[in-house]
Design a protein around this ligand. Structure first.
Ligand code: GLT
Ligand code: MN
Ligand code: MN
Length: 388
């Protein structure tokens, strides 16, 4: 019998080169795995059933490569992607690793660093387009502070806006057709990072010159690091037409940046998130931005990649069961309006105004009715735990 949870191209599962290529280095210990050449990462991902591979400029091309080296490396990578039937749906730029960015990139105080960051991003956009990517992620890992003595945060926001505006114009000018997805994180590697949450970016985007070109890339773990409900952030982005990309992984709140395999820490929030993405018909890449435990060799890395996709598909199947469960659906149907004579609060008019001002509400009766969420949640648990 074929595996019902086997990943297929239409699921649009993607991984960054930096995810399967993560060598397990942490602030206290060195790498535990040998470097994984990009071509081998592509082979591993394709073998595991992924559809796409994403990269930072320097995951592929070393920061000090000569133009001819760059071209040779990129050509080899393209051939590997073709050979393994992998697409490159998204690319991004590394503005956090090199010491030049220790005070930030687009927001650094030194204008030469800011200009270099924009130049590096333009070149990364050239690379993205050359590899066929349509989405360009910007994660400002170093855009932040340990001490706010260094600059006023509103100046940082102005610098960020200037940089993103410039990059949008570059995409228009070169007819790249890229869409930018801004990724928030509250802290780590900086003490505090500007634009700490997806919601902060959703408020920033309408202030740009080309808001239609810019959306967000919410990451599960980043919202959870801030103690937030990732589903709510994703739903707000979706509702605003701004869910351009998504980074799926997991994290226990209040800990260091864990980047665990998708669904491995908070299976219930992962369930609500998958259910949401499937129900609304999100059809962008389902990107896993996570990495294998430091205990693993590359066999374990492959298990990790397969596990991310499998958990997603198992949860999608559970979500289908939830929707098809009679008892759950009866309860869900009872949540809404039912029979009522409440005046409408949509589309203001003088008639509706008067109807509402004149309405009488039995507040006590409304407050007395049990809502049945305990039962509904337990039924959800039963579905999730395989007891129904
Ligand atoms: C880095 C970070 C991720 C970002 C990547 C894109 S790189 O690994 O932890 O959350 O999505 O720059
Ligand atoms: Mn991410
Ligand atoms: Mn992360």
């Amino acid at each position: 019998m074929p595996d019902p949870f086997a990943p297929r191209p239409e699921h649009k599962f993607s991984f960054g080169l930096w995810t399967v290529g993560n060598r397990g280095r942490d602030p206290f210990g060195d790498a535990v795995r040998e470097p994984l050449p990009p071509e081998d990462a592509v082979a591993m991902l394709s073998e595991a059933g992924a559809w796409g591979v994403n990269l930072h400029d320097n995951d592929l091309v070393p920061i000090d490569a000569s133009p001819s080296e760059r071209d040779r490396i990129v050509a080899g990578f393209r051939r590997a992607c073709e050979r393994h039937g992998m697409v490159v749906p998204m690319a991004t730029v590394n503005l956090f690793f090199d010491p030049v960015f220790r005070d930030g990139a687009f927001t650094a105080n030194d204008p030469r660093v800011r200009a270099y960051a924009v130049q590096k991003t333009m070149r990364a956009m050239d690379l993205a387009v050359e590899l066929g990517a349509r989405i360009f992620v910007l994660w400002g890992g170093r855009e932040g502070t340990e001490t706010d003595a260094c600059r006023r945060p509103d100046d940082a926001i102005k610098r960020l806006r200037e940089a993103v505006n410039f990059l949008c114009e570059y995409s228009v000018d070169r007819r790249y057709g890229l869409r930018f997805a801004l990724e928030a994180k509250p802290n780590e590697p900086r003490g505090d990072i500007y634009m700490a949450t997806t919601a902060a970016y959703l408020a920033f985007i309408p202030t740009l010159d080309h808001p239609e070109m810019v959306g967000v890339n919410p990451e599960v773990a980043h919202e959870q690091m801030a103690g937030l409900n990732v589903l709510h952030a994703v739903a707000q982005a979706w509702e605003a037409g701004k869910l351009f990309h998504i980074d799926l992984n997991d994290q226990f709140p209040g800990r260091y940046d864990q980047d665990f395999r998708f669904g491995s820490a908070n299976v219930k929030s992962a369930f609500w998130l998958v259910k949401f993405l499937e129900e609304v018909g999100y059809d962008g890449p389902r990107h896993f931005d996570a990495h294998a435990y430091r205990t693993e060799d590359y066999g374990g890395v492959c298990d990790f990649a397969r596990g991310c996709m499998r958990t997603y598909l198992v949860l999608a199947e559970r979500a289908r069961r939830w929707r098809e469960d009679r008892e759950i659906q009866t309860l869900v149907a009872s949540l809404g309006d039912g029979d009522h004579d409440a005046p409408a609060v949509s589309a203001y008019s003088p008639q509706r105004r008067d109807a509402l001002l004149g309405a009488a509400f039995d507040r006590a009766a409304l407050a007395r009715r049990g809502l049945g969420y305990e039962r509904l949640d337990q039924l959800t648990m039963d579905v999730l735990l395989g007891a129904r």
